[in-house]
Design a protein around this ligand. Sequence first.
Ligand code: EPU
Length: 437
Amino acid sequence: MEKLVIEGGARLRGAVTASGAKNAALPILFATLLAPGEHRIANVPELADVSSTLSLIGRIGCPSLAGPTTRIDTSRIAFCEAPYDVVRKMRASVLALGPLLARCGEARVSLPGGCAIGVRPIDEHLKGLERLGCRFVLEGGMVHGRTDGLRGAEIRLSVPTVTGTENILMAAVLADGVSVLENVAREPEIVDLVRFLRTLGARIEGEGTSTLRVEGVSRLVPASRPYRILPDRIETGTMLAAAAVSGGDVTVRGAMPENLRAVLDQLRIGGCTVDVDGDDVRVRRDGPLGPTTVTTEPHPGFPTDMQAQLMALVAFADGTSVIEETIFENRFLHAAELCRMGARIETRANTATVHGVPKLTGAAVMASDLRASAALVIAGLGAEGLTEVLRIYHLDRGYDDIVGKLRGLGARIARVSDAVRDRAAMQRAIDESAAVA
Ligand code: EPU
């Protein structure tokens, strides 16, 4: 296994281009199952979760050619199953459920179970699909769904779940009649999925609002032109938080900043200058970092997927910040790791109080999930000395070449084998990596 080694203190400067959004790419890749034929999807990020999705789709019987423009041939479906060995690596495999039920009338998907950030049930997915005419039984840890014909229905979600909305929507597009989905998620990634489904011939209105109206159609057909995935707002936010912690000056190009207003507001509160120019966003910081009070919320509120990165940033602030996590019940595992670097953070239930300190000190820290890993990288960039971030397979799940991108901005960072323990060797790896940049 590999780890990241980071020498803190370098000011990040320059420009990077946003990659395609993980959380848009995954549902869109699954949605190709709805329309038999050859699909081309552009701006697909290079991530472990994308590889897992393509491998799952491959096992279902649909070959693909991965790349920035990924080709998938969904002409034939051989198996309607997402087995546990894939689902346990990537919870988003549950997104196979809606498309398989709509296309084949049957789906067997392993129950994802909990994960480091919370219990994460899928009851809302199942209730919504039941309303459309599916029946489910649970056998051997698998959800086995069947339908003898999907029918449009009125469905009100109890929580605006993102993948739940996507699953139900992907089934409703091929249902007989009209569906009205209420209290749905409004995330930009849902909007992107709707736009993609429209290119296949789906009839949907209301994306970006809490009600979707879907007029079912009898068949969907792959689009003649490649569909381009929207930029990753969480990757952009992470890069900008890295710029802010380093007292740097970084522009993220092609970022669609309108999708990350709440994050940009927080960076301004923290004392950064934020300039938006079309699709580009530039963040600079010369003065001290200020504290903040923030609550995570569904879009357009402050995203839970940026909570850990913001916590790392305000760990250096001049004052006390309060961060409330309302989406997931256990998403503060990074706090204890940040404390190992000298941060002063108290967590009680879903609230973290972060007493800013003038400096953090590099340490060996353990990533618990994707965004926690990003937070530890940010902390390492701002800390004094050498930080080792272990278990970076979490980072590889969701960030496209984060090391290369940060290095291009002047960060002193390298990937090394876990077996490298000698500080001089780690230092050498960082020097060599900087020389390549
Ligand atoms: N929930 C239920 N019942 C359900 C579904 C969800 O109670 O049937 C609850 C969850 O337990 C949670 C809340 O609703 O407390 C919101 O969860 P949601 O279902 O919206 O999360 P998700 O769809 O599983 C997606 C992203 C996550 C992101 C969340 C929230 C994808 C593939 N994943 O997950 O992304 O944190 O929405 O915005 O889109 C990440 O990228 O690091 C990540 C975790």
